[in-house]
Design a protein around this ligand. Structure first.
Ligand SMILES: C[S@@+](CC[C@H](N)C(=O)[O-])C[C@H]1O[C@@H](n2cnc3c(N)ncnc32)[C@H](O)[C@@H]1O
Length: 247
């Protein structure tokens, strides 16, 4: 599967996750040898949740991070636009709110959330800056955000091994367990990810500070944390009106 054109991306991504939802969790465990569970625990631990804090699991999928946030004492709402992924999350009877909505237009009031967590979703957003601005909008001042994503190892040797695994083995595994297209899209979609300085700049422009990046498993994944410390920066002239509305 080649990357969808910008205009088609939302519909293509939504339909893809609807299709793979029944096999999504199994593929995660197989692809990462279960290591993703530890990454998820680290993401939730980084939020240092106090009992009863309101947590948004942004693009929650089948609800793994929501489940971990509930275990940590949070009051959780999961938002995702894929009906299939939400069905998988609801089947787990997690005891949290699950809402079908777009991460770029959250049905949540300004400053109504104490912490936002999001796993492996940044690549999938049509407009990452808008998604970050929308997350910052719903976070109260001082609220924390933890973003888990895939990454590219810094060391040439690890990058070589990682590329073979991610670009050859994972699509084969996907073909056996779920569907090849979705697990070909997965490594290809890393092209949508900004490099670290750009992501830092986008977080800062959304009004998020104290930005830290932790590399996981030699750089196969990353955990980026930040806190809403102030007002969002004035949108640049080239930014969309949609983003400016929420900034
Ligand atoms: C790779 S899955 C990650 C699911 C879950 N966060 C996890 O950690 O396993 C990406 C999820 O993002 C959701 N998604 C992508 N774009 C979205 C958007 N604009 N609004 C809401 N959900 C979105 C997809 O439906 C999918 O469930």
């Amino acid at each position: 599967m080649s990357l969808p054109a910008a205009d088609d991306k939302r519909a293509v991504v939504e339909a893809m996750f609807d299709r793979i939802a029944p096999r999504y969790d199994l593929m995660n465990r197989l692809m990462t040898f279960g290591i993703d569970r530890g990454w998820r625990r680290q993401a939730i631990a980084s939020l240092a949740l106090r009992p009863g804090e309101r947590v948004l699991d942004l693009a929650c999928g089948s609800g793994d991070l929501a489940a971990a946030a509930l275990e940590a004492g949070g009051r959780v709402i999961g938002v995702d636009f894929s009906a299939g992924m939400l069905r998988a999350a609801r089947a787990r009877r997690l005891g949290c709110g699950l809402v079908r909505a777009d991460a770029l237009a959250l049905p949540l009031a300004d400053a109504s959330i104490d912490a936002v967590v999001s796993g492996f979703a940044l690549r999938n957003f049509v407009d990452l800056r808008a998604a970050l601005a929308e997350s910052a909008r719903v976070l109260r001042p001082g609220g924390r955000i933890a973003l888990l994503e895939v990454d590219r190892p810094a060391s040439a040797l690890l990058r070589f091994g990682h590329a073979i695994y991610f670009r050859r083995i994972v699509p084969l595994l996907g073909a056996l367990v779920a569907e090849r297209d979705a697990y070909t899209y997965l490594p290809e979609s890393t092209a949508y990810l900004p490099d670290e300085p750009t992501l830092r700049a986008q977080l800062a422009a959304a009004g998020l500070g104290a930005i830290k990046k932790r590399s996981l498993l030699g750089g196969a994944a990353q955990l980026v944390t930040a806190a809403r410390t102030g007002e969002a920066a004035e949108p640049a002239a080239s930014d969309s009106p949609e983003r400016a509305r929420h900034a």
